[in-house]
Write a protein that binds this ligand. Structure first.
Ligand code: ADP
Ligand code: MG
Length: 339
């Protein structure tokens, strides 16, 4: 063995001794099992603590991939693709998960008077949000697409596990509910493992699970919708779902007008009443779908309906003025400027 090698080995032992010393002296900080994956058109960050963290992480990632495989309307293998392809032709056999998401989507559609509508797809297509060739469609195109938007045309047959869209040209899009629904399923999965804490973020749809390691509250930043940094903090205790919808992630600007990816199913045009809204909820699917519905309906509706849905809301109206529902006022800090 060369003398250089011996020096290296001694150095390693020395470093190992220091590490052991530091770890045994200080309070042990557990490393989370973590992963960052791209799925459901967004970045998903997972951080899980506790004895079963590795197994729970594996299960969570697999849930994300499985549900993405169901709702991905570009993949010919997906249930949503098959339902859309066979609109007006015949019912399609689908998974139980697809039926579960659709039932929940229809429930929110009814409760929001169709502000949330899972049959929004034809409108997303004509505005170019599906192929990213953004464009302002003609009034005729909008009128024609509006005729195809109707959640009442989703026919679910639970005995056969089939779904049918009544008319040709109709199409389902679950982009406004799938991430929140997936977080519900992840939460359920975590309950069956020995997990002390977890934070799952799917592109602005967040699950806080139990409390953070070394703290009794989670502090979740409210993104600045017009620029970098954050405009506030939401303080939450324990397991919650926090969903944000805004006009600043997916949009285009034409002749000085901003057109975003959330479309008002009544007018056929991108919603523009507010800039962003965050919903704090005990149910992931509910928070996700409601953030989209409230974005369409605007500030007054959101504030008036928050308690009815047992959720809290915080957002910015079209003048960037913040608004907060009374039931979560004490949980919110808003900064005058981005930080
Ligand atoms: P994000 O997907 O950025 O988290 P949302 O939860 O608000 O934001 O979902 C927006 C997505 O929902 C759109 O990209 C589209 O797929 C779909 N969508 C757009 N408008 C509506 C609507 N009125 N009802 C239901 N889904 C919608
Ligand atoms: Mg949403």
């Amino acid at each position: 063995m060369s003398s250089k090698k011996i020096v290296n080995i001694i150095a390693y032992i020395f470093i190992a001794v220091i590490l052991i010393f530091v770890f045994t002296k200080g309070k042990p900080v557990e490393k989370p099992a973590s992963s960052e994956i791209y799925s459901m058109n967004t970045i998903c960050d997972l951080e899980i603590y506790g004895k079963d963290k590795e197994a729970a992480l594996q299960k969570s990632v697999s849930l994300i991939n499985t549900i993405n495989g169901i709702v991905d309307d570009f993949s010919p293998e997906s249930d949503v693709y098959k339902i859309n392809e066979n609109a007006g032709i015949h019912p399609v056999k689908v998974s139980k998960t697809t039926i579960d998401i659709l039932e929940k989507a229809i429930q929110i559609a009814k409760q929001t008077n169709g502000a949330f509508d899972p049959t929004i797809r034809p409108l997303l297509v004509i505005w170019g949000f599906k192929n990213k060739n953004y464009r302002v469609p003609t009034e005729e195109e909008i009128k024609a697409a509006l005729k195809l938007i109707s959640y009442q045309d989703i026919v679910i047959n639970k005995a056969d596990n089939t779904v049918f869209l009544k008319h040709k040209g109709e199409g389902i899009d679950l982009g406004g509910i799938a991430k929140g629904y997936t977080l519900d399923r992840i939460k359920e999965a975590l309950d069956n493992f020995n997990i002390t804490s977890a934070l799952i973020n799917m592109g602005g749809n967040v699950l806080t699970y139990k409390n953070p390691p070394n703290s009794s509250v989670w502090r979740i930043g409210i993104k600045n919708p017009r620029g970098n940094g954050i405009r506030g903090i939401i303080t939450v205790k324990g397991t919650k779902f926090i969903s944000t919808s805004g006009d600043y992630e997916r949009y285009f600007i034409k002749n000085g007008v901003r057109y975003c990816h959330i479309i008002n199913p009544k007018t056929g045009k991108p919603a523009r009443k507010i800039i962003s809204i965050t919903v704090v909820s005990d149910k992931g699917y509910l928070g996700d779908a409601l953030s989209t519905a409230f974005f369409v309906k605007g500030k007054e509706f959101a504030l008036q309906n928050a308690t009815r849905f047992n959720v809290g809301v915080v957002g910015f109206d079209d003048k960037m003025t913040p608004f907060i529902s009374n039931n979560i006022k004490e949980l919110i800090t808003i900064y005058n400027e981005a930080r």
